[in-house]
Design a protein around this ligand. Structure first.
Ligand SMILES: [Zn+2]
Length: 384
């Protein structure tokens, strides 16, 4: 199984509209920090079995009935034989429509609330919220002769085709008073520029296809300025910096540097977000920190954007009638219904905020400022 989530597969999911068919959307929490061993697999398979029984008793039209059962079996087979939990994978989403000849797998670097949704179009809200939270980076590693391209998303890397330009390597000395030498040097300079332009064109093409939102160059420091100079404005605006890599770097070096660059970029973004919310709270502006305040504002529909420690998990209670969430109360405060016990209140809160057209931003665990907000906070639509 290739764990790389491409722009193309996201597009296929967004644009899949079954004519008169039906789609099964399978979400599974596979967070190994929470599930020891292969418990996540057992939980997933049990969920699929349960759904099969439900579908068998349902009154779906015959063709849809068959299609959904097919979907559930395909997902089951994938989970059994082809899915491998590794690296940063914390969540798994599989969209399937046997009728529509559609099957897409999304291994995610975030956990999701486990569930199976059977509906006409794929259920995408929670999936897109996770995908939107990550930067797609393109690393172009180049020297005067060649270039390699690596796209990186959610901690996974895919390589694109190499670029080779025929640039002569050595300048032959000689000629009348070095005139020949200068001519060759100028020519060589032109050829390098030509090579840069070719790379620039390829990079622009990838940009247009949605393959990155930030570009990083692996190039010698002295060449960085002339390379960035030839780039198209669209691409230049996305240039996020330089790393000490080149086309001759080993895969091990490339992996290490790329991941380190991404981590640092994320860390800066996280810190900015945390500083912003702390400033707002300090200035009595519409923002809150801590779980009780976030849940309270969620109940009032005031959450614009929730920010949360990616590893924060806490059990609690949820009212299935009105969406009320609480860490302590097992009876709903707003409608009086008895609330059900849930093992992850945060994922419930994420679902609720997405329902309210809000956003979620996860903060990488270990950021010192997380403590200052009690691991969770929210930017509000208005003061509560
Ligand atoms: Zn309620």
């Amino acid at each position: 199984m290739n764990a790389f989530v491409s722009t193309e597969s996201i597009h296929r999911a967004l644009h899949f509209h079954p004519q008169d068919g039906i789609t099964t959307s399978f979400y599974l929490d596979v967070d190994s920090t929470r599930y020891s061993g292969a418990k996540w697999k057992k939980a997933g398979l049990e969920m699929l079995e349960k759904k099969k029984e439900e579908v068998k008793k349902s009154d779906l039209p015959e063709d849809q009935h068959i299609s959904v059962l097919d979907d559930l079996r395909s997902i089951q087979r994938f989970l059994q034989d082809r899915f491998e939990l590794r690296g940063r994978i914390r969540g798994l989403v599989i969209l399937s429509s046997s009728q529509g000849n559609f099957f897409e797998v999304f291994p995610l670097a975030r956990s999701v609330r486990s569930r199976i949704v059977v509906s006409k179009e794929p259920y995408l809200r929670s999936l897109m919220a996770v995908l939107d939270d990550f930067n797609r980076l393109m690393f172009v590693l180049l020297d005067h002769r060649e270039a390699k391209l690596f796209e990186m998303f959610m901690g996974e890397i895919r390589e694109h085709g190499d670029i080779h330009s025929p640039v002569r390597r050595k300048v032959k000395t000689g000629g009348v008073e070095g005139a020949e030498e200068r001519r060759i040097e100028r020519n060589l300079g032109n050829k390098i520029l030509q090579h840069y332009r070719e790379i620039g064109d390829t990079v622009l093409d990838h940009f247009r296809r949605g393959h990155f939102d930030a570009l990083v160059a692996g190039i010698k420091e002295e060449d960085y300025a002339s390379f960035s100079h030839v780039l198209h404005t669209y691409v230049k605006d996305r240039l996020a910096g330089r790393v000490n890599l080149g086309p001759k770097s080993t895969l091990k070096e490339i992996n290490r540097e790329i991941l380190a660059f991404e981590r640092e970029l994320e860390r800066q973004k996280d810190t900015e977000t945390l500083e912003r919310i702390l400033t707002m709270v300090g200035n009595d502006e519409p923002a809150v920190t801590g779980l009780p305040a976030v849940l309270r504002s969620l109940r009032m529909g005031a959450c614009q954007k929730m920010i949360v420690d990616e590893e924060y998990r806490i059990p609690g209670f949820a009212c299935r009638r009105c969406g009320f969430l609480s860490a302590e109360m097992d009876a709903c405060d707003s409608c009086g219904e008895s609330a059900v016990k849930v093992d992850d209140l945060i994922n419930e809160a994420v679902d609720e905020i997405l329902l309210q057209s809000g956003e979620v931003r996860y903060i990488h665990a270990g950021n010192e400022l997380l403590e200052n907000i009690d691991r969770i906070g929210a930017f509000l639509r208005y003061r509560v």
